[in-house]
Design a protein around this ligand. Structure first.
Ligand code: SF4
Length: 323
């Protein structure tokens, strides 16, 4: 039998599902159990094709707008990315039952933006134009209250009404390094700008980027498991490239691996975005095991133990037995 090449795989840890994604998926699954199909979901519950397809098979129906949902009693779940305030208001006016799967760490940014607004601050949101989280955060406040800044050039170009009454918040899934450059640009222009008490970029984004940063310089190539619409997965590919990894690729499934780009590699890093299931990481490793003699080692840069509760109406009913 032909001898297969050796491949050392460094598995980034943490990788894959975060607490917000886990909670959002649980909300749809519990809603299906409690209310039966269909359960409508406004926007992809999380940005992962495998997860969305799996929930669709169980009876979830994905829509982009509430107007697509026919009248009836079926509940609607709002995605983990958050929604503008107009969406729950619209659901109420249509007498729809809704469950909010907005990640609590996105809701925290919404609360911050609201607080700044009430304190009379003009708000800069650092984020990506058109991302549903950005649409949701901007939609917490009246038009004009929040200005979106996407990069350092944008930070240098804004002209606030009152530079002394300025605050910033950020999308949760940005590049940690890019964001600190944008914040530094804002602070150099507006030294009085108010920032978050604690970083808006969430723990999961930060930890996954840190792990990739540690592994990328040690390997010939990096495979990130995630969907192309997943902001935090895309950032992991960028982080790997910037940390000196020659080849970094994003794949939804093992079938998408571009083997032609991996010729001659002896070491490989593997990570996964916050919305990518571990099952797909296993699938990718198995695909490498078919072609190489692999040795897998975890590179642990942080340990996570965060979990978020699902909404009260989906929790098991507590039965109190009289003594
Ligand atoms: Fe929440 Fe962060 Fe996960 Fe987004 S990536 S769902 S903000 S924990």
């Amino acid at each position: 039998m032909e001898k297969r090449p050796q491949l050392d795989i460094l598995l980034c840890a943490p990788r894959g599902f975060c607490a917000g994604v886990d909670r959002a998926i649980q909300i749809v699954e519990l809603a299906l159990q409690k209310y039966g199909a269909p359960v409508y979901v406004r926007h992809a519950i999380v940005h992962n094709k495998y997860v969305v397809d799996g929930l669709r098979e169980k009876g979830a129906v994905f829509v982009e707008e509430l107007s697509e949902i026919p009248p009836g009693d079926a509940p609607v779940v709002f995605s983990a990315h958050g929604v503008p305030k107009s969406v729950p208001a619209d659901a109420r006016s249509r007498n729809m039952m809704f469950l909010d799967a907005t990640c609590p760490l996105v809701s925290k940014v919404h609360v911050e933006a609201q607080r700044h607004f009430e304190e009379g601050h003009e708000i800069v949101l650092i984020g990506h134009h058109g991302h549903p989280e950005v649409v949701g955060t901007m939609g917490q406040l009246p038009p004009g209250a929040i200005t979106l800044v996407e990069d350092v050039a944008g930070a240098m170009a804004i002209t606030p009404r009152d530079p002394a009454a300025l605050a910033y918040v950020t999308q949760t899934t940005l590049s940690v390094d890019d964001t600190s450059e944008i914040v530094a640009a804002l602070q150099s222009r507006f030294p009085l700008i108010h920032g978050p008490h604690k970083e808006d970029i969430c723990y999961a984004t930060t930890n996954r980027q840190q792990a990739v940063k540690a592994v990328a310089p040690l390997v010939d190539a990096m495979v990130v498991v995630g969907s192309p619409n997943s902001s935090n997965s895309l950032r992991l590919v960028e982080v790997a490239e910037r940390a000196g990894c020659r080849v970094a690729m994003l794949v939804d499934r093992a079938s998408e691996i571009d083997w032609s780009r991996l010729e001659g590699i002896r070491t490989l890093g593997v990570s996964a975005g916050a919305s990518a299931p571990e099952k797909l990481v296993d699938e990718v490793i198995e695909a490498f095991a078919q072609r190489y003699d692999i040795k897998v080692e975890a590179k642990v840069t942080a340990v996570e133990n965060i979990a978020f509760n699902v909404p009260r109406q989906l929790r098991p009913v507590e039965v109190t037995v009289a003594p």
